[in-house]
Design a protein around this ligand. Structure first.
Ligand SMILES: Cc1ncc(COP(=O)(O)O)c(C=O)c1O
Length: 376
């Protein structure tokens, strides 16, 4: 069982979808698959009922979407960096020749909202800001409502967010949180194999992007978002992934991925119940850590809904990971400079609360064994 911070475990039913016979991508059958996907993306991005935002799918990894979004972002970009993926976004912006200002926080912390406000006021106007809602490398949530409160004072700056390890695990509330461009791969809380990305862009992002010359082709956001609106793809898409995404989104909206007591729920209520399951799994994981005298790297309000990044204290992380592997559970080590001083549990996707209990019980056994073996 994969309990790393993504890719996460995929249900066999979804893998079976990917084994369907191929179809031509310029056919009605393909348009029908995109048509099945589309309404559920509105739930995933938490669009307001009258929202005119533009959800879409494209065959690229999440990193491709970081780059695609920036193509339409304007020149002057402010990047909030508090881990590996937010840094990657700033690096891509620099590589694209943008005029980049970076605001940094320690790994496990969130960039100060006062500093954000001050920088926008004193060094602005900026065309766009980027932030990662759930920094998978550190298990840290940048609460989108905090960003929205600051950005309300700077309404001419577009807001970009990476929701890779947030979407399908917590509400995104695209319109309420003043987001202009959000994207994710599908290998985290959507619980699908990696290979396609979902995206949502506001009208004003689309208008701004259309004024940018030389947007290229493959990652031109206008090209694939307008293509999606015609239920077509500009290139040959990862068709098996589209089959699996359609089934998974339908199953989530039909309550099929929920515990038995919640399976009668549908639509927005079923999505809310999926978010609630993630919150319960998060709370249980934190409690378990506390029981072993361990703490989370970020503070509680800033903890990712999908990834617990736990300070390892006296735990021998490689031994814990190796012991769990023998029991059939794959756990994540800390990322980069946090390797061995933290470890990460990806409590996300279609993992169940019972499954989490099995994992934690196995971790208890491994830790007890290593305590028994360690010299007094
Ligand atoms: C928050 C975040 N952003 C971006 C990425 C990059 O995704 P990909 O490797 O699919 O391009 C990841 C991957 O784990 C991630 O966790």
């Amino acid at each position: 069982m994969l309990w790393i911070p993504g890719p996460t475990q995929v249900r066999p039913e979804l893998l079976q979808e990917m084994a369907r016979p191929a179809i031509g991508h310029r056919t009605k059958a393909m348009t029908d698959v995109i048509e099945r996907i589309h309404p559920h993306l509105r739930f995933a991005f938490g669009l307001d009922e009258n929202s005119t935002a533009h959800p879409a799918v494209h065959s690229t990894s999440a990193t491709g979407m970081m780059e695609a979004g920036l193509i339409g972002a304007g020149q002057k970009i402010l990047c909030l960096v508090n881990g590996a993926f937010s840094k990657r976004w700033a690096d891509i912006a620099k590589a694209l020749g943008k005029d980049v200002t970076v605001l940094e926080a320690e790994w496990g912390q969130v960039v100060s909202m006062e500093l954000l406000d001050q920088t926008l006021t004193e060094q602005g106007p900026f065309d766009s800001i980027t932030y990662v809602m759930s920094e998978t490398s550190t298990g840290t949530l940048t609460p989108p409502e905090d960003i929205a409160a600051v950005m309300a004072k700077h309404p001419d700056t577009l807001v970009f967010t990476d929701v890779v390890s947030a979407i399908a695990g917590r509400p995104i509330d695209f319109d309420k949180n003043g987001i202009d461009f959000a994207f994710a791969g599908v290998q985290k809380a959507f619980a699908l194999p990696p290979g396609v990305a979902v995206v949502c862009a506001s009208d004003r992002y689309m208008e701004k992007a259309k004024t940018v010359p030389n947007r290229g082709f493959y990652l031109d956001p206008i090209n694939f978002i307008e293509g999606h609106e015609k239920r077509k793809t500009p290139i040959t898409p990862a068709i098996p992934h589209y089959f699996a995404l359609a089934k998974q989104l339908e199953d989530i909206s039909a309550g099929k991925t929920l515990r038995t007591a919640d399976q009668h729920l549908e639509g927005a209520e079923a999505w809310a119940a999926r978010f609630a399951k993630h919150s319960r799994m998060q709370a249980r994981t934190i409690d378990w850590a506390k029981g072993h005298g361990l703490t989370l790297l970020p503070e509680l309000r800033q903890a990712s809904p999908c990834v617990a990044c736990i300070n390892s204290g006296n735990v021998d992380v490689p031994a814990l990971i190796a012991g769990l592997k023998e029991e059939g559970f794959i756990l994540g080590n800390g990322y980069g400079k946090l390797k061995n001083i933290t470890f990460r549990i990806g409590h996300m996707g279609d993992h169940t609360e019972e499954g989490l209990e099995d994992l934690l019980a196995a971790a208890d056994r491994v830790l007890a064994k290593s305590e028994a073996n360690s010299p007094a």
